[in-house]
Write a protein of this length. Structure first.
Length: 480
């Protein structure tokens, strides 16, 4: 195993080195000795994306890949500026820590600013690249795990010091801009200590470590002005029930989340706490399986007032639902808080985290968002990564532009559907038999069985109308 690690490290160094050779004059040599500009710390302050302009709206006829065709931030659609409907966010872990590695292959990306190390200097340089990226893209929200942005060290206090140093830089870079985190989170799945889970680990010491890590991650999210805080339990679940006390683990998870609520209040953090459901991967069975399971858990433990849900489309399909189903389940229960915008692949059974480019899917997503009146203080976080084979720096921009344009088309299509009105009318008509005296009685919870039996005797066999599915699909399709 050690050999494999050494090989991977060597390979990634080689890839970075070949990138060094290909560097243009404006680009910082990707090693800490090079010290670009006047900065002797290696914390380079040069331009990271030379040749990439600020991305502007050019309209649907534009052939320029580095422009928006459908997303026009300031344009008002359905009574709100597009930027306020979406509140787009860049996911630091995919965009700046994604290497293209997969279980079978080495990293494929060799971004010019990367030096192959996981040092604090490298973390700071990467953070500067991230801010230039957001500025050029015109996106003012970002999401992070604590360990994406700063390296782990030997002790928790050393790790926290690393985090503080990078967070201080992020705070400085945010100054004078409207950029803030959409949400922060603690990475409770990578380190071997979390192999049995964090809050649901069988080891008390690990539960405590996870608590300390979440405490710090909440503090830095608050310090950076973050609007939400996410709990995704990739290791909170089980591999087999034979060795698992499920009730005890779920009780521990609830106690952990309650402690997070208490700490949030103690530090005056007003952000929304979000649970991100996912059925499996990496764990065989994850407790936050889907929106309905998470809702039942929150209800059982009296936490519905304190949490909302962060729905991720690829997680929805992994749980056997459509993204639209998960969004509607969250919405009708008052829990739709945020969307991790991505999509899976219909032929692949795992979390491929692709940028959403399906206009029909985007329209369904936006139907829920519009019905929800938007997502604020949540938004759309691009929890999506470039394909392993996409290795140009400009691909980072193209992927986000394409994802943003797709959702913008979804919003515009919803506006068409609402203006047209026939889909809403079809649904209204379908339930119109309940717009009656007896219907009102039933909906008020007063439709007792004796009364209804009497009515059946009086009415005889009911008439049953067509569901008009094909008509509904025709109307939907005509808006795309
Ligand atoms: C994993 C996933 C995470 C969460 C944050 O599938 O979606 O990146 O969004 O931990
Ligand atoms: Co996610």
């Amino acid at each position: 195993m050690k050999e494999v690690h050494r090989f991977m490290l060597l390979l990634s160094l080689c890839l970075s080195l070949s990138a060094c050779i290909a560097l243009s004059a404006n680009t910082c040599p990707a090693d800490l000795e090079a010290k670009c500009g006047d900065d002797s710390s290696g914390d380079w302050k040069g331009e990271f994306f030379p040749g990439i302009p600020k991305i502007k709206y050019e309209g649907p006829s534009s052939k320029n890949p580095l422009s928006y065709k459908w997303y026009n931030a300031e344009e008002v659609v359905l009574g709100k500026k597009m930027k306020d409907w979406f509140r787009f966010s860049v996911a630091f872990w995919h965009t700046f820590r994604g290497t293209g590695a997969d279980p079978f292959g080495a990293p494929t990306k060799s971004w010019p600013w990367e030096d192959g190390t996981n040092s604090v200097d490298m973390a700071k340089r990467r953070m500067r690249a991230h801010f230039e990226f957001m500025d050029k893209l015109g996106v003012n929200r970002w999401c992070f795990h604590d360990r994406d942005i700063a390296p782990d060290a030997k002790t928790l206090s050393e790790t926290n010091a690393n985090l503080d140093e990078v967070v201080e830089l992020a705070k400085e870079l945010q100054k004078g801009t409207d950029i803030i985190p959409l949400w922060g989170t603690a990475q409770l799945f990578m380190h071997p200590r979390y192999m049995h889970g964090g809050a649901t680990s069988s080891e008390l010491g690990v539960y405590a470590y996870a608590a300390a890590q979440v405490k710090k991650a909440m503090e830095v999210t608050h310090y950076l002005g973050g609007e939400n805080y996410v709990f995704w339990g990739g290791r909170e679940g089980y591999q087999t029930l034979l060795n698992t006390d499920m009730k005890r683990e779920l009780d521990h998870l609830a106690a952990f989340l309650q402690a997070a609520v208490d700490y949030k209040k103690k530090i005056g953090f007003n952000g929304t706490l979000l649970i991100e459901p996912k059925p499996q991967e990496p764990t065989k069975h994850q407790y936050d399986w889907d929106a309905a399971t998470s809702f039942a858990f929150l209800q059982k433990y009296g936490l519905t007032e304190e949490f909302k849900l962060n729905i991720e489309c690829n997680h929805a399909t992994l749980s056997g639902h459509s993204c639209h189903h998960e969004l509607e389940t969250a919405r009708i229960n008052g829990l739709l808080g945020n969307i991790d915008a991505n999509t899976g692949d219909p032929q692949i059974g795992w979390d491929t985290d692709q940028f959403l480019t399906d206009i029909s899917e985007a329209t369904l997503v936006m139907l829920s968002v519009v019905r929800n009146g938007g997502l604020a203080p949540g938004g759309f976080n691009f929890d999506a990564k470039l394909r392993r084979e996409s290795t140009d720096v400009e691909d980072m921009f193209i992927a986000h532009i394409s994802g943003m344009d797709t959702l913008a088309r979804g919003l515009r299509n919803v506006a068409k559907l609402i203006e047209d009105g026939s889909l809403a009318e079809l649904v209204r008509k379908r339930y119109q038999s309940f717009d009656s005296e007896i219907g009102a009685l039933i909906e008020a919870g007063k439709g007792d069985f004796e009364t209804l039996e009497k009515k059946v005797m009086e009415w005889g066999e009911p008439t049953v109308s067509s569901a008009k599915q094909e008509l509904a699909e025709m109307i939907f399709q005509s808006a795309l």
